[in-house]
Design a protein around this ligand. Structure first.
Ligand code: FES
Length: 466
């Protein structure tokens, strides 16, 4: 969609009107590009043009909504308009904006189609090949975990959170977990996108990061329509009450959509939130031929497509008007962005307290099948998971990135790092960077606190120059 997760009004305040306009232009171009690819390649991926509606929750500020409408117009989205109602659902709201000609599609069907289209043209895709190093140079050198190396004119690291950049990017964005439910729809509905403005920080008791808001769309499976609704975000690894969050989300959904039936799925995903609300797409800071894509916030589908357009131009040496907007090396001096930057990084350093806290569970015997907990064994923190057969698996709880202590995520059954968002499956295998290696099965040494402090000091040094 070209309705930004972080709002045009906010973006204009942080980066100015021209960047706001370029942002709208790039997201609109991304939707058009996806539509063109779907048409040209004849992809069967449920692509549909739909309208999007931004609405105020009870007590929301009408003034803020008017500011957003005016900022969207200044950004070039002249067709955005204020309307009286949302066509679907039971809402009492003081204000709604309609963003016409958004789009939705089935991301995996689309991805499969694009993969097929590229391999048909001679590209090759290698799965199960873990990259552990990306070195810049006239020829980029890429190393895999099996010891192979690849040389290329350019490399693009598009791993949600970059695995090549140890420090700089990670101090400018923060990982957030978001929760999603899919519920069966029991009658015909008009497909649309829907999201509200955030609740207030006070209501959400959230002191860090963007305040969670609700986002919705409809999709179709073999049995009919489902409503997909998400919200209840928190900083990754820093909440363990996922059942309560899903229950609250379900109550909210049933209150507003009485026609939904059973829950067909639930999950949580990870969103990288950049401090100034704009993704990082372009040359990796300090590199010439290595590129990154990250900081997607809630606009991953369009940001991914923007990256395809922009990075192709950068590699081919073509001018692109969006280069500066998305430059991963940009510095944002606007006070609110700087304050968020300081708060997020102070939060990272605060996670080191985990080295001196007790474990979640004093007795490993109490960990249920399918469950996990952090144990304390002397000076060490151990990530312990009991599989469905009752066998206990133990790993060092020290994240291999910069040595924060991971935490158990009962919703996804993963170990999540509260610092920069690395995630590991229940058996310690890395799923999401910046970590590039698994949790160690061998228990960690007593020097962990010292080396963690060193790692974070290294990060602090970079922070002052970021
Ligand atoms: S992701 Fe950075 S310390 Fe774990």
């Amino acid at each position: 969609m070209n309705a930004l997760d972080d709002r045009y009004y906010e973006l204009e305040k942080i980066l100015g009107q021209e960047f706001s306009r370029l942002s709208a232009e790039s997201h609109t171009a991304a939707i058009d590009r996806i539509e063109k690819i779907v048409g040209d390649e004849n992809l069967d991926c449920d692509f549909l043009r739909v309208d999007g509606y931004l609405f105020l929750p009870p007590g929301g500020s009408v003034t803020d909504l008017k500011h957003e409408l005016n900022a969207a117009h200044r950004a070039g989205l002249r067709e955005v308009e204020r309307v009286d109602d949302i066509p679907v659902g039971k809402f009492t709201t003081d204000g709604v904006l309609r963003f016409p000609r958004q789009a939705q599609f089935h991301p995996l069907k689309y991805l499969n189609g694009v993969a097929r289209a590229t391999t048909d043209r001679g590209s090759r895709i290698f799965t199960e090949t873990r990259v552990v190093k990306v070195e810049d140079g006239d020829q980029v050198r890429i190393e895999t975990s099996k010891g192979y190396s690849i040389r290329a004119q350019a490399a693009i690291v598009a791993t949600n959170c970059p695995i090549n950049d140890r420090l700089v990017i990670h101090s400018k964005q923060a990982p957030y977990s978001t929760y999603v439910l899919a519920l069966r729809v029991t009658r015909e509905v008009e497909h649309l996108l829907l999201w509200d403005t955030a609740e207030t920080a006070e209501e959400e008791k959230q002191t860090l990061g963007p305040i969670p808001y609700h986002y919705l769309r409809f999709a179709r499976d073999n049995e009919g329509d489902v409503l997909i609704v998400g919200a209840e975000d928190h900083k990754t690894g820093q909440a363990s009450d996922f059942e309560a969050r899903l229950a609250k989300l379900e109550r909210w959904t049933r209150d507003h959509f009485p026609f939904v039936g059973e829950i067909t799925d639930h999950w949580s995903g990870q969103v990288m939130e950049p401090v100034d609300g704009i993704a990082y797409i372009g040359r990796n800071p300090g590199d010439e031929n290595v590129f990154v894509v990250t900081g997607d916030s809630g606009n991953g589908m369009t940001h991914g497509t923007i990256a395809g357009i922009l990075i192709t131009d950068l590699i081919c040496g073509r001018e692109n008007p969006w280069t500066k907007l998305y430059d991963p090396s940009r510095k944002t001096l606007q006070p609110t962005a700087v304050a968020d930057y300081v708060a997020e990084n102070a939060n990272v350093v605060a996670q080191l307290r985990d080295y001196v806290t007790p474990g979640d569970e004093p007795d490993a015997e109490k960990i249920q099948s399918g469950g996990g907990a952090i144990l304390r064994e002397g000076a060490k923190k151990i990530a312990a998971y009991r599989d469905e057969q009752g066998t206990l698996h133990k790993f060092s709880a020290v994240c291999p990135h910069l040595k924060c202590i991971v935490r158990w995520d009962g919703c996804e059954k993963t170990w999540d790092c509260p610092c920069h968002g690395s995630r590991f499956d229940a058996l310690g295998r890395v799923l999401n960077g910046p970590a590039i290696s698994d949790l160690e099965e061998v228990e960690s040494s007593e020097n962990e606190i010292g080396s963690a402090v060193e790692s974070q000091a290294e990060l602090s040094g970079h922070r002052s120059s970021a």
